[in-house]
Design a protein around this ligand. Structure first.
Ligand SMILES: *Cc1c(COP(=O)(O)O)cnc(C)c1O
Length: 426
């Protein structure tokens, strides 16, 4: 970049050329700050608010009849949202259902697909994944009567932040029954080569599933084409479904007809559910993986939100996201050289997800200083700062302002006014 590229004017030019710029106006944004935590909890959009209010109104207007009446009958809402989510993961509409939470869906899918047999008794994950994934896998192993110490293999990271696909593939031995990995790692933001890993697992007769919490709404996926067996995700991060939004899952159609590990009456064939028989007839698609009555008001915002993602399209979202994170890295390299920040996310565009991950010994209090200026980063213990400029509502100018502010906080040693300790939620 030449010097002119580091100016505010240049940031403004990039915003003027942004094809997705109009989406920002649909979000509730505080103009006196910069929200860079959309990978942890996305912001509310007017469309999501509208769809939530519509469903609240359907309760008011219809009472019990809301299950089948109104604009969005509750009985079919999880399926309707599954169809709307399918393009984001590259699946067929009936391969996706919006239900449960990440952790609950992981339990559901592993309880279905983990069938230890003979030598094949192990689950393969990695040592830097999100803790809930490991807790769930350990309990699934214990439920089958095995010792997680021995039966959960955690692939080592190359440097504490990244994974090498070769290492994962090398660990796919004939003792492995199921592999569970993230599409994008929650700390470093590394994008794993899901297509390659799926192919390698398939060639070895190993079932493979992906946690898409950080990748859905951030990068395009081709789950059906790749042939991935299953996937699961939350909808409150990049998808802006609201705190505690209902999650989602995908099951490849070659597995349709299996009885899920954890059954419940909402997994019934729709036309059979109210026969109230004690023998379950599971839905013949991903709907079978539902358990109980859906949480309608935690599904509702997704109607508005997913509509926006489908309008914007994942290719355009990914393109702008790469531009935003790339631009932010260039500014950091230019403005913050010599300030002890270490960039831990992958540098290459294809391997870099929707956020940057910086390490700094004073990270906790640098985050507090940013927040005092209404710039919202995401602290990750012990010394990580995640910064997520997201495509639908962040601007290049915000990225520019953030890096300028960060430089000022360092130059003036403003962070020293705060304790270098994390809060309860961080
Ligand atoms: C956010 C996140 C979760 C959260 O799980 P919940 O059940 O929704 O609380 C799980 N795994 C990963 C990788 C995440 O990023």
């Amino acid at each position: 970049m030449s010097g002119q590229k580091f100016t505010l004017d240049h940031a403004k030019q990039l915003d003027n050329k942004d094809e997705l710029a109009s989406f920002r106006e649909e979000f509730y944004i505080k103009e006196d700050g910069v929200y860079l935590d959309g990978n942890s909890l996305g912001l509310l959009s007017k469309r999501a608010e509208k769809s939530l209010l519509e469903l609240l109104d359907s309760w008011k207007s219809y009472g019990i009849d809301g299950w089948l009446e109104g604009k969005h009958p509750w009985f079919y809402l999880s399926e309707a949202l599954g169809k709307m989510s399918a393009p984001l993961v590259g699946a067929e509409p009936d391969e996706v259902i919006v239900t449960g939470s990440t952790t609950a869906n992981l339990h559901q899918l592993v309880s279905t697909f983990y069938k230890p047999e003979g030598k094949r008794t192990k689950i393969l994950a990695d040592e830097i994944t999100f803790p809930t994934d490991i807790y769930a896998l350990k309990s699934q192993i214990e439920l089958k009567g095995y010792d997680p110490e021995e039966h959960l293999i955690r692939v080592k990271s190359t440097d504490g932040h990244l994974l090498a696909e070769e290492d994962i593939i090398a660990a796919m031995t004939d003792e492995v029954s199921v592999v569970v990995l993230s599409g994008i790692l929650y700390r470093s933001g590394q994008v794993l080569d899901m297509e390659r890993l799926t192919k390698e697992a398939y060639n070895r007769n190993i079932i493979i599933g992906f946690d898409l919490c950080h990748s859905i709404g951030s990068i395009p996926h081709e789950l059906s084409n790749w042939g991935a067996d299953f996937a699961f995700w939350c909808n409150y991060k990049h998808l802006n479904g609201g705190p505690g939004a209902v999650g989602g899952l995908y099951v490849n159609k070659r597995h349709f007809g299996k009885t899920p590990g954890l059954t419940g009456w909402f997994g019934s064939r729709k036309d059979k559910q109210f026969d109230m028989e004690h023998t379950l007839i599971p839905a013949d698609d991903a709907g079978a993986y539902q358990m109980g009555t859906p949480h309608i008001f935690s599904l509702a915002p997704l109607l508005g939100s997913l509509e926006m993602f489908n309008e914007a399209g994942m290719d355009r979202i990914r393109k702008k996201s790469m531009q935003l994170t790339g631009y932010m890295m260039d500014l950091i390299a230019h403005e913050l050289d010599g300030y002890d920040f270490v960039v831990r996310n992958p540098i290459e565009d294809e391997k870099r997800g929707g956020h940057l991950f910086l390490e700094h010994p004073e990270a906790a209090r640098i985050c507090k200083a940013l927040k005092a200026h209404h710039i919202i980063p995401d602290f990750r213990s012990p010394n990580g700062i995640r910064l997520a400029p997201v495509a639908l509502y962040n601007t290049f100018e915000e990225v520019w302002r953030t890096v300028q502010k960060l430089k000022k906080i360092m130059d003036d040693e403003e962070y020293k006014q705060f304790e270098n300790k994390r809060g309860v939620v961080a």
